[in-house]
Ligand binder design. Sequence first.
Ligand SMILES: Cc1cc2nc3c(=O)[nH]c(=O)nc-3n(C[C@H](O)[C@H](O)[C@H](O)COP(=O)(O)O)c2cc1C
Length: 438
Amino acid sequence: MRDYLQQLAATGDLVTIERPIDPRHELAAVTRASQRRDDRALLFTQVKGTRMPVVTNVYGSRRRLAAAIGARPSGFCRRFAQMTGTPPDPGHVSRTEGAEVDLEHGHLGDLPAITYFERDGGPYLTSPIFIAREPDTGVANLSFHRAMIVSDQELRIRLGATHDLARYQAKAESRGQALEAAILVGVPPSIFLAACASVPYDADEITVASQIEGRPVPMRRARTLDLSVPAEAEIVIEGRILPHVRRPEGPFGEFMGYYVPVQDNHVFEVTGVSWRRGAVFHSLLCQSPEDIYPLEFAIATRIYRQLSQQVSGVLDVAVKSALLATIVQIRPEYDGHARRALLAAVGTHLDYNKMVVAVDEDVDIHDYEDIFWAFLTRGRADTRSLVLPDVPGFYRDPMKDHWGRLLIDATKPRGREAEFERKRIPGEDSVRLEDWLG
Ligand SMILES: Cc1cc2nc3c(=O)[nH]c(=O)nc-3n(C[C@H](O)[C@H](O)[C@H](O)COP(=O)(O)O)c2cc1C
């Protein structure tokens, strides 16, 4: 990540803040205020209670995420689907073992302990990427799981039941065994994106990172575990997820804008903490662009990949996870094409399609004003919306608040496309306002 931060500094995408800041709420408050203004990353050099600097909003920009994989923002899904969906070429070398790293060793208490939201149950690690191996095959998985800091020896973590790490842990637990895992904090873009990617259970995600990066991932041995970890990670927390132990975790201010209540969740016993000399800690504000965009891109890619196998004319997909909504951009070819795409999209991912909207290629799929402009100006409300009752949705939903589906065809009426041509002013996209207004 440190190389990437240097690049951001060179392009003016990183602001350094030397004023001392409190990790309890103040750091989160400043992060949120800054993210409301622009998408620059922030580096806090003096965080109370730790010697380690903290960086945030590193990946909170669609523009930067797309650039990291060599795509335009509107081409992210297509490019990421190619990178993560195709098996590596024969002879592809995914990792090099035994990288030499200048390491320091310490305790969890040496790291910044950041508390984000008012009612959070304590300080949290919000950008932790777990690396673990499938108990039988040894395939490596990377995934995010937020962790509540309880003591120098203990973290409490939330493992979504459908995620690979939860399945590894269940397998180890059924044998009465702990699952060894290492937590990476502060990683280069390729590892960050590989951890977000939704790939099959038996796919090795270090291989995915190497496909994204276009070179083998340098790895080093963990000190207390039988595991290799990416050598470039700024901080590595080694440990084991205990079998048959669950302890209260939460509340935590989650991505939909509410608190997840206290639940009995998994326990991670810490066996070692190390960091590269001069390490920078990565803080990620939940529900902010840095939390939302990477996950949205990864989910949209999965939907795009599956949908375009079933329906022709799919141009792009956008997901707004906090709204559980999916937008599908198509070039309609026949009557009912949009409706077919809407129904197919429902089957591609159960969690994030409480509402699915199909739009034409002249609509900005990230702009809800534009999306609803298309729906409400391009035809009837009644015949272009479809409600599917009682379909289960988002996985963490005990009261069934997210059951049911709303499907909206916001494309132009067939045969009347010319009436709905979007007006434009020649040259408006190339105006440089500073030439006119100073
Ligand atoms: C910033 C961020 C935080 C996340 N936090 C959690 C979490 O606390 N628990 C969880 O189960 N999933 C969390 N996720 C989702 C998974 O880590 C992610 O979907 C990952 O791709 C899982 O993929 P897998 O099933 O291939 O392991 C988070 C994702 C991101 C981007």
